[in-house]
Design a protein around this ligand. Structure first.
Ligand code: GMT
Length: 374
């Protein structure tokens, strides 16, 4: 198949999922055309089967806000015609599903199916804002297929948007060959030269991720156990987290690594992964930690209970309860056997339920279905 994929190319779960999906589809022999304003972050090289089409937004003094939605629709139309695309798959409803709707209308009789995948904040935050809700609902309803990355998100979409069309749940996935256990002792020494325990957080440092809670949890852990904290990613809350680290005299124990492309190499070094978000529709980073054999400690919110079973592959606590999260962390850090058991359970769960080899065929099946029905 010839598949056009649109996503936000920046550091964030929806872009990561869209990119990994494209790479996996290309590896399975499909032609993948990314259409966005920049090359998605996890693409290290384009190839015979992976193409990139930049969306350039023309600016003009009259435009206070350059019309990206329209520029994207035009580029989708061009790529669909020039590359004979079979389908457009957009990730994150706003504004991508609207652009795809316009591109499909422009194509007229040469109809091309549109698949929209909902990721979370496009529904829970942005989409349910009154100014965006009617347009987002319209674009989802007009898509030839809509998918959500968890049952939680499907239910919220149906409830908040009053959407009656079917929404398939296709969960996020992880490449279990890339994300795999293996704590290289020499690499661990780089961060923990005295055998300290390693805690890791990975996100886009948006307020919803509660990165200052990560520091609060770590400071409590460090009172009891020698430990290091690796903070991977960047975003608006980084300054607040750095300030808190200095305030708590933790400067030597916390490393802010910024945005990293090879996160798998860092994740597998960890003893524990922390994700204390206020909301996660899925929590891809927790799954990547599990595939790496690292138990996650997360908030019991949104779709996270569909990914992590409390007490089996990791721990779930109410959000913002830093004391409870620190207690779970200490429980694991002082019990090597339990930590290992949970790490193995997480790896097993990732292989069984979320491995890309299981999930990608679900997308291929969906693509075939919408192409046949168009
Ligand atoms: O997390 C965000 O800031 C936004 C969004 C994104 O674009 O990355 O993340 C959502 O999609 C991810 C991939 O499907 C999910 O793993 C995240 O849980 C979800 N974030 C939220 O629901 C807050």
């Amino acid at each position: 198949m010839k598949i056009g994929i649109t996503c936000y190319p920046t550091y964030g779960g929806s872009g990561v999922v869209a990119t990994e999906l494209g790479l996996e589809l290309a590896a399975r022999g499909h032609d993948v055309h990314f259409i966005s304003y920049a090359v998605p972050v996890r693409i290290s090289a384009l190839s015979e089967r992976i193409h990139f089409h930049e969306v350039e937004v023309m600016n003009y003094p009259l435009f206070d806000h350059p019309p990206y939605t329209l520029a994207l629709a035009s580029q989708m139309y061009n790529v669909a015609v020039n590359e004979s695309l079979d389908l457009l798959h957009v990730h994150y409803a706003i504004p991508h599903s609207v652009s795809a709707f316009l591109a499909r209308a422009m194509l007229g009789a040469r109809r091309i199916p549109v698949v929209t995948t909902l990721h979370g904040t496009d529904i829970t935050l942005v989409g349910s804002d009154r100014s965006y809700l009617p347009m987002t609902r319209f674009a989802i309803e007009q898509s030839d297929a809509a998918t959500a990355i968890s049952e939680y998100l499907r239910q919220v979409t149906v409830r908040e948007f009053g959407i009656s069309r079917p929404i398939d749940v296709i969960p996020n996935f992880v490449n279990c060959d890339v994300f795999r256990p293996g704590k290289e002792p020499s690499k661990r020494l780089e961060f923990a030269p005295h055998g300290e325990k390693i805690l890791v957080h990975l996100s886009n440092f948006r307020p919803v991720k509660r990165v200052t809670d990560v520091v609060e949890i770590f400071s409590r852990v460090r009172r009891e156990v020698p430990a290091k904290l690796l903070m991977i990613g960047d975003g608006p809350e980084r300054t607040a987290a750095e300030w808190l680290v200095r305030d708590k005299n933790l400067a030597g124990a916390v490393v802010f690594l910024g945005k990293q492309n090879q996160v798998q190499e860092l994740l597998r070094l960890a003893d524990i992964f922390l994700l204390p978000s206020d909301l996660e529709s899925f929590g891809l980073a927790a799954l990547e930690a599990m595939a790496s054999g690292v138990p996650p400690i997360c908030s019991r919110v949104g779709g996270l209970p569909e990914v992590v079973t409390d007490g089996v592959e990791g721990f779930l606590t109410p959000p913002r309860e830093v004391e409870a999260m620190a207690a779970c962390a200490l429980n694991l850090l002082t019990d090597a056997e339990r930590r290992q058991q949970m790490g193995q359970a997480g790896r097993h769960r990732a292989l069984r339920d979320f491995c890309s080899s299981k999930i990608i065929p679900l997308y291929e099946e969906l693509y075939r279905r919408v192409i046949e029905n168009t």
